[in-house]
Design a binder for this molecule. Sequence first.
Ligand SMILES: [Zn+2]
Length: 361
Amino acid sequence: MHFTRLEIKSTRVKNYFQKDGRHFIELEENPFYEDGAGGQIGDRGFIDEARVLYVSDLIEIDRPLSAGSTVEIKIDVERRREIARQHTAQHIISAVIEKDYGAKTVGFHMGEEDTTIDLNGTFNIEETENASNEIVFSNLKVEEIILTPEEVSKYELRKDLSEKAIKSGNVRLIKIEDFDLNACGGFHVGSTSEIGIIKITHPERVKGGLTRIWFVAGKRALRDYQMKSEVLYESAKIFDASWMDLRSRIQKSFDDLREKNSTLKKVSEKLANYISKEIQPFEILELDESVASFLIRIRQDIPYAVKIAGTNNVSFSLPNYDRIRVMDLAKTLGIKGGGNGPIYRFAIKNPQEFMAKIKEI
Ligand SMILES: [Zn+2]
């Protein structure tokens, strides 16, 4: 594993300040890797008892520390290992896609859960995943080589050196045996087998005609597998089926439901038709939503109300009533809702009281 700055065990707090209740420090020597640098997520750990929350030019911590004091540094090495797995996996995936399909990596972003690579071409995801894992299983050595920009020019890199890298003097190359060579400043494993496994979870089309792939590697891949297995297994249990049959069972349930809904609609319409002939003026009925919605469309020539069962939603049919007077009455009684007439919809607990007042208009 190639890790830098782990040798710094203690340093001095150069500066400390508070802003909006958050705590920030500057260290004399900063061993913490910055968030976002080279597309990577940053280091975490402790500075004395203070937990590191975010690393940029300043370090955000969860409690105050005194400026000038000497502090003990503890870097979360396991987190670095996991970052190294994701990062080296990115080198492998990018190299596979470029070699096999000629598509170039134009962006890379690591998050706390998964990592994305933006590519400017088309490629087969399953084949890419298989070829990438072949590199993992082959246990290739991953080396770090420091060269001057002149020395680097003798090598063929996957990606040209940036202006910044050329100006910085020394260039750090990451070499995966004869498979890949690329300049990079992030964390990498010592051999590809440390990655464990690479899983591309899904692709996405993004701006500029690019394809973004989302992937997990190492412990993240294990966790992804564990969570997905659990969801599949628990979902299959609901259907009393094996996970292999789950998709067809869900499809069948959807088809059944669609058919039943269509039957329910027909029956509701028939029932609404039947009820519409029996309604008396100023009657208040309580019906299921599907029947109520048909009824209120079918019969609008007499005053009556339909309360939707299990709710406070009441539809009123009030033909030949002045809309302004209806709305004023509702407002006086503190009832919410409205309509353009003859149909009004109100949220109302006691429709009897409202109907009695309507009668008086
Ligand atoms: Zn790298």
